[in-house]
Design a protein around this ligand. Structure first.
Ligand code: SF4
Ligand code: SF4
Length: 116
């Protein structure tokens, strides 16, 4: 999640599973910045994959998401968030969404970003 549009949204953090390689965990060697993702906020899926807690629940909501979707949100581990979060809809902060962003927003009754 990024600034601007995303801090008023957060739908993707409450729509999709967030899986990533265990090297991005805190203490691993694959953190893209910061200290890596806190281990306690994840659980193992396979020997090499971990998942953000809450993202495969029904309804999904990442354990690291604070605030109210569609109103005001923030990622409580923003500097340490995993690569899927960094790569998702890279132009959303500029108001340019994409299919997955639009689908996440639709799940929460929000219009496509371009129309927001
Ligand atoms: S669904 Fe799109 S606009 Fe909403 S937080 Fe995610 S990337 Fe940003
Ligand atoms: S780690 Fe942060 S950016 Fe990624 S899904 Fe969770 S709340 Fe969203």
């Amino acid at each position: 999640m990024r600034e601007d549009h995303c801090t008023r949204c957060g739908a993707c953090c409450a729509a999709f599973r967030v899986d990533f390689h265990c090297s991005e965990l805190a203490g691993g060697n694959g953190a893209l910045s910061g200290d890596g993702v806190p281990v306690a906020l994840t659980y193992p899926v396979t020997g090499s994959l971990v998942r953000m807690r809450g993202t495969d629940e029904a309804p999904p909501r990442c354990i690291a998401l604070a605030g109210e979707v569609g109103q005001s949100v923030r990622c409580t581990i923003y500097a340490d968030r995993p690569s899927p979060c960094r790569d998702f809809a890279p132009y959303a902060a500029l108001g340019i969404g994409e299919d997955a962003c639009d689908r996440a927003r639709a799940r929460h009754g929000l219009p496509p970003l371009a129309a927001a």
